[in-house]
Design a protein around this ligand. Sequence first.
Ligand code: P6P
Length: 336
Amino acid sequence: MPKRNQTLGEFIIENQADFAYSSGELSRLINSIRLAAKVVNHEVNKAGLVDIIGAYGETNVQGEDQQKLDVMANETFIQTLTNREIVCGIASEENDDFITIPGSDGKHQNKYVVLIDPLDGSSNIDVNVSVGTIFSIYRRVTPIGTPATIEDFLQAGNNQVAAGYIIYGTSTMLVYTTGRGVNGFTLNPALGSWYLSHPDMKFPDTGKIYSINEGNYVHFPQGVKDYIKYCQEEKDDRPYTSRYIGSMVSDVHRNMIKGGIFIYPKSSTATNGKLRLLYECNPMAYLVEQAGGKATDGFRRILEIKPTELHQRTPIFCGSTKMVEKAEEFMAKYDE
Ligand code: P6P
């Protein structure tokens, strides 16, 4: 049973047995993520002080301007994971293709792959709004001893062995699951230690916060438009409150604590939505379900989607179960 204020190190050791199949590698993998997170946290928190803010002058595979912190975060996580000889491959929002990691013996003996969004919400960096890192971990499905292939990454989300996020906000938190609930650890920057501040996190089964970019209203499917109007009408426990940070980690984290729904739907201008399945929606959906919430594309579980491309996108409706189910009722009316 998690004990409040336990350190992350103590927690991992105490729950080592929970890591299915793990010979300690998954524990070491989580440990390497927490190390990289401390480095990125240090850079994010001093960004306003040094010339690291601003565009890096290049665009990533998404065609998005790469912020300097994006590049730093990407390089930090990739380097830390590579050095620790734990994963056989890494895929990142910032890299066109996945990276195979042969290990120092060149024999590809490591059994996990990691997919990351190294700095989600990076457009908020210059305006001092919280951003996050999202990670997703799978056991490889191709033979150990061979280079990782695309099949190791194109796994349905319900194959994940672990997933989590770091939120660089008013405090820095690491929130993750290995399939036995969700626990949140807060960084004490003075000591460089993570403390179990949010044991066994649970989504309230309903809430009064809806989170969607209403600036795209005219482009939304009719079911989404009808659900927004439902949230706004004066009836029963409504109108709800609209809260949208524009950083998925921050919007989902707030809803997990307060109750609420986060929606990034498809639209006439984004026919599959904007958010990426493999390193944004799958890990967040795993966390949401492990915390007792629901995560679908408006019709089916995110975790059951069989990926076909590394950077594919999906609509997402996630959060308090009763709110997601109500939104799905409106979507089902039009089946669009
Ligand atoms: P929009 C950030 O760029 C991000 O990938 C998510 O973190 C966030 O939820 C979404 O895009 C915001 O997109 O179109 O509302 O600015």
